[in-house]
Write a protein that binds this ligand. Structure first.
Ligand code: ADP
Ligand code: MG
Length: 138
């Protein structure tokens, strides 16, 4: 699936709708450069899942947790790691195995440690306000 959005709000609205297709256990791998809109997408996603907490970039921690009575969302950001061993020590496999929804920024850094069963979301900056969002289920 592929869409173009013309503003941050459109990306949020799209992610809100997309959230309705998710189920507990899903792992979403986000790809895209700095400023592509990964965190904006997660904001919409978390809101669409019916969680009221404010989403902020977890750049200074590896993981933030958002939840309501029914669902937990792990929001992981691997921007700050360098070596693959920085990530393998985080216990991510335990998180992936949980009945939560896990969304990962800078997924490319996990390389072959990404779970095979996942949803890839690539966000590409076309110009100042335009983004191409491509989604592929594996
Ligand atoms: P990332 O997490 O990928 O580094 P952010 O989501 O933090 O990026 O930031 C994306 C930036 O791009 C924000 O400043 C946002 O306002 C801006 N932006 C402009 N147009 C869009 C769009 N169509 N979708 C998402 N973000 C957009
Ligand atoms: Mg981000």
């Amino acid at each position: 699936m592929e869409v173009k959005t013309l503003s941050p709000q459109q990306t949020i609205n799209f992610a809100k709708e997309f959230a309705h297709t998710l189920k507990p256990g899903d792992v979403l791998a986000l790809f895209g450069d700095l400023g592509a809109g990964k965190t904006v997408f997660v904001k919409g996603l978390v809101a669409g899942l019916g969680i009221k907490q404010k989403v902020t970039s977890p750049t200074f921690v590896f993981c933030k947790i958002y939840r309501n009575d029914n669902l937990t969302v792990y929001h992981i950001d691997l921007y700050r790691g360098e070596k693959i061993s920085d990530f393998t020590q985080l216990g991510l496999d335990e998180i992936f195995a949980e009945d939560a929804i896990t969304v990962i920024e800078w997924s490319e850094r996990l390389k072959d440690k990404l779970p095979k069963k996942r949803i890839d979301i690539n966000i590409e900056k076309i110009d100042e306000k335009t983004r191409k969002i491509s989604i592929e289920k594996h």
